[in-house]
Design a protein around this ligand. Structure first.
Ligand code: TYD
Length: 213
């Protein structure tokens, strides 16, 4: 059985990631590929329970370290009980956010540092990285516009952080994509949903090619 491909969507708030993840799933299914669409934080019952703790924290909220550990714990469960088994069965996995979100949000914007986040990922998930990470980014879009246009929950503990935090997240994603051009495809999120989808399909074409050969 050939291992399936693992694709993650990343980006700041309101970049249309979830819509594009769904459209890519549909496009791959139309090509006869078995696909598991999932998201982070979440994807398994345990990880979804941790998602709720992270986005709607009890009490005063989590400190930066506890938050990073909870993300790593939810990812460990997701990787062990959903992502690795699906890939081993030959399915393609599309994940709406993955470890690069922890690197950008907790590592850079949250100031824990990239090494700490990568170490947590090595411990929790044996350092699994996607075959391709699609970064959806929109040049010059104000954070306030992004928050208005976002495709997720507008009132959670992380999405609701200030503009400095979210600008730092966006800059971090750009820096990651520049540092590892082989692992990332940066897709311009400007324009219609269909235009962005065409760019996403262009970005994953090499994976389809690889899988067919
Ligand atoms: P979600 O509603 O899925 O947001 P979005 O629609 O923007 O993807 O909520 C996930 C939030 O959690 C989002 O603000 C990003 C944040 N997050 C982290 O801070 N670290 C992580 O590792 C992940 C996966 C998400």
């Amino acid at each position: 059985m050939t291992r399936g491909k693992f694709i993650a969507f990343e980006g700041g708030e309101g970049m249309g990631k979830s819509t594009q993840a769904r459209l890519l799933r549909d496009a791959l299914i139309a090509r006869g590929i078995e696909v598991k669409l999932t998201r982070e934080p979440g994807g398994t019952p345990g990880a979804e329970a941790i998602r709720d703790l992270l986005l709607h924290p009890p009490g005063k909220g989590w400190g930066a370290e506890a938050e990073a550990l909870l993300f790593a714990a939810s990812r460990a469960d997701h990787v062990a009980s959903l992502i690795r088994p699906a890939l081993a069965e030959g399915k393609w996995v599309i994940c709406d956010r993955f470890v690069d979100s922890s690197r950008a949000y907790q590592g850079i914007a949250g100031k824990l540092g990239d090494e700490a986040i990568r170490t947590l990922h090595d411990i929790g998930s044996d350092g699994l990285y996607p075959d391709l990470t699609i970064l959806i980014a929109v040049e010059g879009l104000e954070v306030a516009d992004r928050l208005r246009a976002r495709d997720g929950d507008t009132s959670d503990a992380i999405g609701g952080r200030d503009e400095t935090y979210h600008s730092s997240v966006n800059a971090a994603f750009d820096a990651f994509a520049q540092a590892e051009p082989g692992r990332f495809a940066r897709v311009d999120g400007a324009g219609s949903v269909e235009e962005v989808q065409a760019r996403v399909l262009g970005a994953i074409a090499p994976l389809l090619h690889e899988a067919a050969s």
